[in-house]
Design a protein around this ligand. Sequence first.
Ligand SMILES: NC(=O)c1ccc[n+]([C@@H]2O[C@H](COP(=O)([O-])OP(=O)(O)OC[C@H]3O[C@@H](n4cnc5c(N)ncnc54)[C@H](O)[C@@H]3O)[C@@H](O)[C@H]2O)c1
Length: 253
Amino acid sequence: MEFTGKRVLVTGSSRGIGQAAAKVFLDAGARVAINGRSEASSQAGVEALGGGDDLVAATGDVSTITGCKAIVAVAAEALGGLDILVNSAGVGDFVPFGETGEALWDDTIDVNLKGTFFACQAALPHLRTSKGNIVNVASDAGLIGEIGLSAYCASKGGVVVLTKALALELAPDIRVNCVCPGYVDTDMVRRDGIDKADDPVAAEQALIDSAPLKRIAKPREIGRAIAYLASDDAVFVTGEALSIDGGTTSGRG
Ligand SMILES: NC(=O)c1ccc[n+]([C@@H]2O[C@H](COP(=O)([O-])OP(=O)(O)OC[C@H]3O[C@@H](n4cnc5c(N)ncnc54)[C@H](O)[C@@H]3O)[C@@H](O)[C@H]2O)c1
């Protein structure tokens, strides 16, 4: 894939899937804005990717409209415009439905759904000018239900249909797609999930067994799928929710 000269903003790229996507774009010639909630996390993301002139920091919190506007403004100013927006910032906690309180609901919806919505809106003038495109990071949990993830499922289901609504409304100038990963080996799954379980080995095996292809995805695999959707190879693809889940959402065996 070829992204020479392309200007890319990836939210939530201080680590995880966002950082893996940023590396794919960077290695293919793009200039990339790295977003974390704090200056320190944005800078850590820039440094993890080797620093240099093709990386800029665009710090801010996507859970507020002010934050989304600030992130996009800094990225567009530093890069001289914007061709591609990737919305990867996200949170997810396993909590039973009956114990899910207002704070968890608000945080999950505000970061995952509201943040995606208003980052797209903030980037709109730049993407109209460049005839660029958007890739949202949804989830397999946006396509099927998952026990203990009701707020997360609601947020990611919202991202999937938001993607389709924007694909219609912003066509023909701006393409809008999303990826729907299954379990991916990032902090969200390992540090905050597997490692905190009473039996981490069993917890990891359960995640492995949940996918017909019997493993957890690597962040780079999702990053490459994001880059595909953002690339000219996908020039006739819009409104797509691309599953990268080892078959998890294919149906019953
Ligand atoms: N890891 C998985 O199994 C998996 C599966 C499907 C979808 N996803 C989605 O992929 C995306 C990336 O997750 P990850 O696995 O890389 O997790 P991660 O926890 O490693 O990274 C999440 C990133 O989002 C950032 N972030 C969180 N809240 C933010 C906010 N308010 N403002 C700005 N940045 C914020 C974090 O700083 C971090 O950079 C998320 O949207 C997540 O829901 C992850």
